[in-house]
Design a protein around this ligand. Structure first.
Ligand code: F3S
Length: 398
């Protein structure tokens, strides 16, 4: 891979340990994937923030980098393993909180914005169409590539950090136009009637197209929250963090529908629910906000919970960014949700908080949330916001 004089200096360690280490990571990646050069990135989103996933070895790695590593571009963080301000209410142990705070301290020292959200595009890390970025959380990567039209590979934690310290990433994969061409046509004939149907659609398309890039037709209209949940689902159950929806997402106008294709029918959506949903009645946890809830979703939750009381046998969490919670505070949504017995889980989420063994079952609006909850040995129910709120109030799934 071609390196400029300045990049060679950095690789030689003339700018310190973290810069050298970062260049080593980027050059190794570039060589593996056949990149010709490094390109500038407008922003970085770093995943691998929860102490639950990092452990002591990860913390040590970050500590080493934080000694002299400082980010060169706007860099935000994915969710951590706990609410950074009010972790006790979520049942997090003192020891976990201590370690998680040490992790956060290293990121703060590096100059990273402690945003702790997988929806950075809702809180100020919003790339422009066509901009090269280096993001790592899969739903955010898919949203950036597909809904915004920015260009990013799905970075790992270390490669995203390396990109942040250098301000560049190797030019390969989805940074190149030729790798962004849709190669399978998905015709959606299924009726999408409720919010969670978008997660079910993501499941179905993800499973069917696997590593291909879908060009989706048959969708007349869709809101941002639906796109957000679809992004999370399609990449979780498939693998490519890029799709086009005809007439809706940017770039779709550049392409004709590929010849090869599949159709998604009502039966596919039904099958998705059958596969995601377990046979369970009692719901121990209801978690909304995967990806992190927008202010519109929080407003709807508040409306549904007004003058209701959550079952004493069920926890109700709204996972969101701290900035969104601050808006919710101002609009009194927080008051309504907390009065009903709900809790805000800011800075964290159902996948990265240490939940294993704490809840036997979960109801959520997120197909991705169901996927990760099963890894935490929880039985899962996917449903609309109305169904999830109803489950929280009754402690049972209807
Ligand atoms: Fe975000 Fe956590 Fe879901 S990172 S997409 S809320 S699993």
């Amino acid at each position: 891979m071609y390196l400029t004089k300045e990049e060679e200096r950095m690789l030689d360690g003339k700018e310190g340990y973290a810069t050298r280490k970062s260049m080593e990571i980027l050059v190794a990646l570039g060589n593996i994937f056949g990149a010709e050069k490094l390109i500038r990135v407008g922003s970085v989103q770093v995943a691998g923030v929860s102490y639950h996933n990092l452990g002591d070895a990860g913390l040590e790695f970050l500590n080493e980098l934080a000694k002299d590593g400082r980010v060169k571009v706007l860099t935000t963080l994915n969710p951590a393993g706990m609410d950074l301000e009010d972790w006790k209410k979520l049942g997090i142990s003192e020891e976990f909180a201590r370690k998680q705070n040490l992790v956060i301290d290293t990121f703060r020292k590096m100059g990273i914005i402690i945003s702790c959200t997988c929806t950075p595009y809702l809180i100020g890390n919003l790339p422009r169409y066509g901009e090269h970025i280096a993001w790592s959380e899969s739903s955010a990567v898919t949203f950036a590539n597909s809904v915004i039209g920015a260009k990013t590979n799905r970075e790992g934690g270390p490669s995203a950090l390396a990109a942040a310290f250098i301000g560049k990433t190797p030019e390969y994969g989805l940074h190149l136009e030729e790798n962004r061409v849709p190669d399978t046509h998905v015709i959606v004939e299924a009726k999408l009637e409720k919010f969670s149907d978008w997660g079910a659609l993501g499941y179905s398309i993800g499973k069917k197209v696997e590593n291909r890039i879908p060009y989706i037709s048959g969708i007349e209209d869709v809101g941002l929250d639906e796109l957000k949940t679809f992004c999370a689902s399609v990449v979780t159950y498939g693998s490519k963090p890029l799709f086009y929806i005809k007439g809706i997402t940017p770039g779709s106008e550049k392409y004709q529908p590929p010849r090869e294709g599949i159709t998604i029918e009502d039966s596919d959506i039904r099958e998705a629910y059958e596969s995601i949903n377990d046979d369970v009645d009692t719901i121990a946890l209801v978690c909304i906000g995967c990806p992190h809830s927008s202010i519109k979703e929080i407003a709807t939750i508040a409306k549904l919970l007004k003058d209701k009381t959550i079952s004493p046998d069920t926890e109700f969490w709204v996972a969101t960014s701290r900035q969104m919670k601050q808006l919710a505070d101002k609009r009194s949504y927080t008051k309504i949700i907390e009065k009903a017995g709900g809790k805000f889980a800011c800075d964290t989420c159902m996948a990265v908080a240490p939940l294993k063994g704490r809840f036997e079952s979960v109801a959520t609006t997120s197909a991705k949330g169901c996927y990760y909850s099963r890894h935490n040995n929880m039985k899962t129910k996917l449903g609309s916001l109305e169904e999830c709120v109803d489950a929280a109030v009754r402690g049972k799934w209807s």
